[in-house]
Design a protein around this ligand. Structure first.
Ligand code: ZN
Length: 108
């Protein structure tokens, strides 16, 4: 308990909970948000509004919000402008690989 510096794995797990909670809160506030869909500006897939966030006009689905928020939390993304560069360059996918690797490490 004494160590204050969280490991990347702990940060990722924390963000997974935070982002999942956003989704649940959205559904609680407006149950139709779980059904209504939009095209995510990041992954391009059709995803429900619940848990999505608008970053400077780019609406990201809950899965991509997780990547974005984890990127922020880990200091891999500086700010919203930086995030949009990531989205436009499709670099968020690379970030995604990083997070998946962390998850894999956890499973082992
Ligand atoms: Zn997405």
């Amino acid at each position: 308990m004494a160590n204050e510096k969280k490991t990347e794995q702990e940060i990722i797990e924390e963000m997974q909970q935070v982002v999942e909670q956003m989704r649940l809160d959205d559904i609680e506030e407006d149950p139709s948000s779980a059904e209504e869909c939009f095209d995510c500006d990041c992954c391009g897939q059709t995803k429900p509004f619940a848990g999505s966030i608008d970053y400077n006009g780019y609406r990201l689905c809950n899965d991509c919000v997780l990547l974005a928020e984890t990127g922020f939390a880990l200091g891999k993304i500086k700010d919203t402008n930086d995030l949009i560069n990531f989205i436009e360059d499709k670099n968020l996918e690379r970030l995604c690989d990083f997070i998946k690797q962390e998850e894999k490490r956890e499973a082992n």
